[in-house]
Design a protein around this ligand. Structure first.
Ligand code: ZN
Length: 207
């Protein structure tokens, strides 16, 4: 599917009643009493919470962009760094969260700066894997702006690795996706990563 099409194709609304019933089942399956005071409204609350944190499926990308694409002949590198995001790992349905850095080299078209965090959100608010989310953001900007290149770098902490098994609470995962000149010109990548380096911290070596 094309990146612009896959961005917002799920039109079926969340079935809150069904979700709440399922959560009630989960509570019983783990040995809890879903009718005790503290849990009585939990199925409903979890259903509403999931609807909110998974809202990305139902965001319409064209409404989100809302005409905020402009001609700009001389525009140079655009970098929006430290975009905070929260997503849900599709393997364990636990949160992963961190920061996204999004850069592109325009080719006559730019998008309103405030839209870039919203594009990150569009893909974050789903059941995701970090690698795919990184690639989807890059492909979406590529298809939208036809720039000379796009770079997306995401660093995130995953609760599923922090809470389970071998605990590596400090470990963060860094993923990256490049298109166009960022892919073909290593020098351009190095410049960008050097700009980002203070934020990326000493532990990571993205390239
Ligand atoms: Zn996981």
């Amino acid at each position: 599917m094309e990146p612009l099409e896959q961005a917002g194709t799920m039109v079926r609304p969340v079935d809150r009643g069904r979700l709440a019933e399922a959560i009630r089942e989960v509570l019983m399956a783990v040995g809890e009493d879903p009718d005790r005071e503290g849990l009585r409204r939990t199925p409903q609350r979890v259903a509403e919470m999931l609807e909110e944190v998974l809202a990305g499926y139902r965001m319409d990308p064209l409404t989100l962009i809302n005409g905020a694409i402009f001609e700009a002949e001389d525009a140079d590198l655009v970098l929006v760094r430290d975009i905070e995001f929260y997503s849900m790992c599709e393997h364990h349905m636990l949160p992963f969260f961190g920061r996204a850095h999004v850069a592109y080299l325009p080719d006559g078209r730019i998008i309103g700066l405030s839209k870039i965090p919203r594009i990150v959100d569009l893909f974050a608010r789903r059941l995701q894997v970090q690698e795919r989310m990184t690639r989807q953001i890059a492909d979406f900007l590529e298809a939208l702006l036809h720039p000379r290149g796009v770079a997306v770098i995401i660093e995130a902490a995953h609760l599923c690795t922090m809470m389970r098994g071998v605990r590596k609470a400090q470990a963060r995962m860094v993923t990256q996706a490049f298109t166009g000149l960022f892919r073909t010109q290593p020098e351009l990548r190095r410049e960008l990563l050097a700009q980002l380096q203070p934020g990326l911290g000493p532990r990571e070596e993205p390239l």
